[in-house]
Unconditional design. Structure first.
Length: 253
């Protein structure tokens, strides 16, 4: 039976959905430049084969804004527990921020991870280059509470394939979440230097050639450390589920 709604985590809520069914459980983790609606175009095919779990990180999409400190990795554990998946082997698909959470979970409990699909993964601990001008622009927009400006900023930096309606909706959702995230989200432990511990888990990394150079380098290094396949897609930015849904479906299924 399908279910969706708010899950109470004790110190906050997240919106989550469970497609139900008898298929193997598949967990979809959205990027920090969007929310769980980024998977909508893939759901009909995925739910035909899998029991699909997805949720909006605090502040994103249908989840309320955070008011206290939280950990993305701890919230993933809480969502899985809510759906009775404690101890169950899972297929994890993570895009950007979601890829980092998937990797953190796999390092904590590798016995519970059947496979990893990592779309332009953001890997905690990767030495992202300093970008003082971009940081200053972002800080000004947050200080001014300029949602339109933050959305445009996100589209410029992360949606090089085009600011269509779907991408704009995703970045607007993210822009609403970023200020609260800056205040309340606690960083999960770094994983970049520990990726070689995960080589026993089947994994695939995907990156688009229109993504930002540091994101491409991060994906390349992650794939090398995981000793897994690296898929490169032309004309794709940081939003592969929107830009190349068929390619993403082939990787998952």
């Amino acid at each position: 039976m399908t279910w969706d709604g708010l899950i109470q985590l004790g110190d906050g809520d997240v919106w989550a959905a469970d497609s139900g069914g008898d298929g193997p459980p598949l967990v979809l983790l959205h990027p920090g430049v969007g929310d769980s609606r980024i998977w909508d175009g893939l759901l009909p095919e995925l739910t035909a084969r899998h029991r699909v779990i997805r949720y909006d990180v605090r502040g994103y999409g249908r989840s309320p804004q955070p008011t206290t400190a939280y950990s993305p990795l701890a919230d993933l554990h809480a969502v899985l527990d809510h759906f009775g998946l404690d101890g169950v082997r899972l297929r994890l698909v993570g895009c950007s921020m979601g890829g980092g959470t998937a990797l953190g979970f796999a390092l904590q409990q590798p016995e519970r991870v059947e496979s990893l699909v990592l779309l332009c993964p953001g890997v905690p601990g990767y030495p992202w280059p300093d970008e003082p001008e971009l940081d200053a622009e972002y800080d000004r927009l947050v200080a001014a509470n300029d949602l339109d400006g933050l959305t445009a900023y996100g589209l410029r930096e992360w949606a090089a394939s085009g600011a269509d309606e779907a991408a704009s909706s995703q970045l607007r959702s993210a822009a609403r979440a970023w200020p609260g995230e800056d205040i309340h989200q606690q960083p999960d432990p770094p994983v970049f230097d520990r990726l070689t511990e995960l080589t026993a888990i089947p994994a695939t990394v995907l990156i688009g050639d229109l993504d930002r150079p540091a994101a491409i380098d991060c994906a390349e290094q992650a794939a090398s450390r995981l000793t897994c396949a690296l898929i490169r897609l032309p004309d794709v930015d940081h939003l592969p589920p929107l830009r190349a849904p068929d390619a993403v479906l082939r990787l998952i299924n």
